[in-house]
Design a binder for this molecule. Structure first.
Ligand code: PLP
Length: 405
């Protein structure tokens, strides 16, 4: 009899029971993507239309991306075989970093295993660099950014109301002028689909002597003339200190990165534990991502095809009296407002209509903010939209339908 193990196992069971009771137990739908028919997936012998993929432009199944990944796998093998420092840096890694630096108009860029690790590692490294750092964090920032700013000795965290410039300015003004400050925020907020006033935040940063850290995870590949995100679209890339992105969403592969000035990126490269002590991305992944970034730099037409489906989906939801959140982007959330209800909506969509839409629960959103998060890609047809809207009319709680504009 081992008392620690017994207590821990009881803790696990109780915790899982509590999650089930709240409707927040996580079970993952097993969906098999059909590269030729995206966004149609296979599940248990039937077709399912997926409305929740973050592969926003379908680049994960683009022939040029697949070919580049396959060629690199054949030429270089499956894994990188080491950390960046221990034979895990190939010319492909260097080429992708150079491409990402150019994409963001920055002198330098650095790859990480994922966007999560990039945020956690880069933010904690920056905040540990100078004594007495104050970090000002948008209340809707992603968990990976929060992971990078929590529990650091000597660092004070201030949470500003979402996209609220007045609140941010008041917080900045209350911090001693001489203290080091970092404003950390996102461009496209992934659960609401709204967009930060990047230029105005940079103005505040200049006025109060703060650095800026922008997460462009849900915008890279999709916005800006070459896919550099909202900061490229708004012409403010060079005003930012660090831009962070992912290769996993608009670029359709996997991996994360930061871009910034040489000394900043070099400092992160030299000191971030989340970079130094982990195996680097496999060459096949890097080659696929490089092909995707290069393709999207040139293919403005695919990017332009992104806006239409999101606009059409929003219009169809509005016309059908389905209350959606006022998103400014390709992300279209439909608020349900209760954990069990949103799970039941998702279950019925899947079981009765062969439609997959992810139910979003606490802690990803606050309690009471439970929602379905829909993303229309250029590959979702109008017929798919009509089927989704008709199914939603059947499975959404009456209150959600009544709140319609
Ligand atoms: N930042 C934001 C805003 C995100 O939504 C996510 C993931 O969804 C990440 C970072 C992490 O990116 P990755 O999926 O590449 O780890």
């Amino acid at each position: 009899m081992n008392a620690t193990r017994t207590a821990f196992h009881a803790h696990c069971r109780d915790g899982l029971d509590a999650l089930r009771a709240e409707g927040r137990y996580r079970d993952f739908a097993q969906l098999e993507r059909d590269a030729a028919r995206f966004p149609v997936y296979r599940q248990g012998g039937r077709d399912v239309t997926v409305w929740s993929s973050n592969d926003y432009l379908g680049m994960g199944r683009h022939p040029a991306v697949i070919a580049a990944g396959q060629a690199a796998m054949a030429a270089h093998g499956a894994g990188a075989g080491g950390t960046r420092n221990i034979s895990g840096t190939s010319p492909l890694h260097a080429a992708l970093e150079a491409e990402l630096a150019t994409l963001h108009g920055m002198p330098s860029a650095l790859l990480f295993g994922s966007g999560y690790v990039a945020n956690q590692a880069a933010i904690s490294t920056i905040l540990s660099a100078l004594p007495g750092f104050h970090v000002l964090s948008d209340e809707k920032n992603h968990a990976s950014m929060i992971a990078g700013m929590r529990g650091l000795p000597g660092v004070t965290r201030h949470i500003f109301r979402h996209n609220d410039l007045g609140h941010l300015e008041r917080l900045l003004a209350a911090i001693p002028a001489s203290a080091p400050k970092l404003i950390a925020f996102e461009s496209v907020y992934s659960m609401d689909g709204d967009i930060a006033p990047i230029g105005a935040i940079c103005d505040l940063a200049e006025r109060h002597g703060a650095m800026t850290y922008l997460d462009e995870v849900h915008a890279v590949g999709l916005y800006g003339a070459t896919g550099g995100g909202i900061s490229e679209r708004d012409g403010v890339q060079r005003r930012l200190d660090v831009i962070e992105g992912t290769l996993a969403k608009g670029f359709g592969v996997v991996g994360g990165y930061v871009a910034g000035r040489e000394e900043v990126v070099d400092h992160i490269r030299s000191t971030a534990s989340g970079l130094i002590f982990t195996t680097s991305l496999p060459p096949s992944t890097v080659a696929a991502a490089l092909a995707s970034v290069r393709h999207l730099k040139e293919d403005g037409a695919l990017r332009a095809r992104m806006a239409g489906p999101a606009r059409l989906l929003k219009r169809k939801l509005d016309e059908a009296g389905i209350a959606r959140m006022p998103s400014e982007s390709h992300i279209v959330p439909v608020m349900v407002g209760e954990a069990k209800a949103v799970r039941e909506v998702a279950r019925r969509l899947m079981d009765e209509h062969a439609i997959y839409a992810t139910p979003i629960n606490y802690p990803t959103v606050p309690r009471g903010g439970e929602r379905l998060r829909l993303c229309a890609t250029p590959f979702h047809t109008e017929a798919m939209m009509d089927a989704l809207v008709a199914a939603l009319r059947q499975v959404l709680p009456k209150a959600v339908l009544r709140q319609a504009a």
